[in-house]
Design a protein around this ligand. Sequence first.
Ligand SMILES: Nc1ncnc2c1ncn2[C@@H]1O[C@H](COP(=O)(O)OP(=O)(O)OP(=O)(O)O)[C@@H](O)[C@H]1O
Ligand SMILES: [Mg+2]
Length: 232
Amino acid sequence: MALITCEKATFAYEGMPVVKELDLTVEKGQYLCIVGENGSGKSTLVKGLLGLLRPVGGRVFYGDGLKQTQIGYLPQRNDHQTDFPASVWEVASSGCRGLWMNATKRKQIKELLELLGVAHLEKRSFARLSGGQQQRVLLARALCATTSLLLLDEPVAGLDPVVTREMYDAIRMLHKERGLTVVMISHDVQAAMQEADHILHLSNSGSFYGTPFEYRHSDLGLAFFGGCCCHE
Ligand SMILES: Nc1ncnc2c1ncn2[C@@H]1O[C@H](COP(=O)(O)OP(=O)(O)OP(=O)(O)O)[C@@H](O)[C@H]1O
Ligand SMILES: [Mg+2]
């Protein structure tokens, strides 16, 4: 069942199209990775899926009762300020949009912080955490908003290899054990091929959508990662 469908969707800034006539369905239970060159429109598309940006052509619609406000979103790292004076608890709980804070909600936030291994930091200043800790808190924040769909814009950018692996493990657990549908933007094509079940490659010269196997043998896939060291 499709959670989000784009039909010939075009997203633009000041009349300049960035994503052009894209057909895409995000299926329930999918782990979709969006790859592509800098400036190819990945973050723009995710903002379009979230409803932060309206298509100037075509349409985007939601299925299975999904509402835009029930999508968990982890923005690209330079898209948000990381030096604002808020505690870990305040940042995580800010994901609970439009809901009164009550004991059930507080318990849920606590559980999410525990799940992601950052509950012991709840009183700490968010600005003073390491990059990896901040990303985990922001993942908990995204999870406060949803039990169905996570949109993650470069969640491992700037993280060291060990913390990167831990972050991928956490996302895989959320997908496999909690049944969340995941849409993740990444420049780490090898990891995308291993983690995701579908790949969308956005490029100024067109796009590709298919399984990692199909992507590996596609013109765009071969050109982008050069056919190197990805295992079947
Ligand atoms: N708010 C904006 N106003 C005008 N142009 C924008 C805006 N945001 C992005 N753009 C432009 O749209 C294009 C696509 O940007 P986008 O951020 O979607 O790319 P991206 O694929 O996410 O790149 P990266 O890999 O660097 O994050 C770029 O040319 C960018 O300059
Ligand atoms: Mg981006």
